[in-house]
Ligand binder design. Structure first.
Ligand code: 3NM
Length: 213
């Protein structure tokens, strides 16, 4: 199910939800709001807990028929039958991940500049992340790549790419104007009081831009 060209809104699990909400509640609301690909990212969570969350999200995403990606943990992705993995620049190299996962699983790679993007493309990634577009507390300590890199990716990268990092309803239009067709947001969605509504609003902006161009 590699339908990445059609993806518009990628929602990743966060560490901070609106008070009183569980991860599963929030992700279900995101799916109701139209998230069309979901990633489990749990950097500071014990692995057995990540595994349990992955089983639960696998079941949920199957019900909504959207691809399910696991950040970093190939073993967990394989164990739960996820659709793929997302890897950072310091995680397992792409070639090794491909050897383990085979040709059918989705592999996404975080990139922070055009050199990394072209390398991931040559190496057989299925999509790349382009970011962080703006400074973000979700991935602190990384220099923002700004919409300049989004523009460069739109011009030079043939793979589907998702713009990520500090994207909110206030700045998403600038990211779309720079050429992104696919947007990822964590805090602006999972931290919202109305998660489904936040997703609908993002999708509204994305669709308006598509109609425009
Ligand atoms: N990866 P928020 S930025 C998980 O640039 C992640 O590769 C990034 O969260 C990258 O929408 C990021 O809350 C954080 O800024 C995205």
């Amino acid at each position: 199910m590699k339908r990445l060209n059609d993806c518009r809104l990628y929602v990743i699990t966060g560490e901070n939800y609106h008070p009183g909400r569980t991860m599963l509640d929030v992700m279900e609301q995101a799916l109701i709001g139209g998230a069309d690909i979901v990633q489990l990212r749990a950097k500071d969570t014990p692995k057995r807990e990540v595994l349990a969350q992955a089983y639960a999200l696998r079941e949920l995403t199957q019900r909504y028929e959207v691809p399910f990606i696991v950040n970093d943990h190939l073993d967990i992705a394989l164990a739960v039958g996820a659709d793929g993995v997302h890897l950072g620049q310091d995680d397992l190299p792409l070639a090794e991940a491909r050897r383990i996962l085979g040709p059918d699983k989705i592999i996404g790679i975080s990139t922070h500049g055009i050199k990394q993007a072209l390398e991931a493309e040559r190496g057989g990634a299925d999509y790349i992340g382009v970011g962080p577009v703006y400074p973000t507390g979700t991935k602190p300590g990384r220099t923002a790549v700004t919409t300049d890199y989004v523009r460069e990716a739109a011009e030079r990268v043939k793979l589907p790419f998702v713009a990520i990092g500090g994207i909110t309803l206030d700045n998403v239009n600038a990211v779309l104007d720079a050429g992104a067709a696919w947007i990822c947001a964590v805090s602006a969605i999972v931290g919202s009081e109305d998660v489904a509504g936040a997703c609908r609003s993002f999708l509204h902006h994305i669709r308006l831009k598509q109609i425009d161009s």
